[in-house]
Design a protein around this ligand. Structure first.
Ligand code: ZN
Length: 42
């Protein structure tokens, strides 16, 4: 069930892009880490 997953930015509602293992918003640069909210590697 991983086909066609679209994540919406929690901050501005834009469609987020999957990059480097995290969801990133192209508009406000909000990022969802690998642990849903925070990424210890960043
Ligand atoms: Zn955003």
């Amino acid at each position: 069930m991983i086909a066609r997953v679209i994540e919406l930015c929690l901050r501005c509602g834009a469609e987020m892009e999957w990059r480097h293992g995290t969801w990133q918003c192209p508009k406000c640069r909000f990022k969802i880490g690998c642990c849903e909210g925070e990424c210890p590697n960043d």
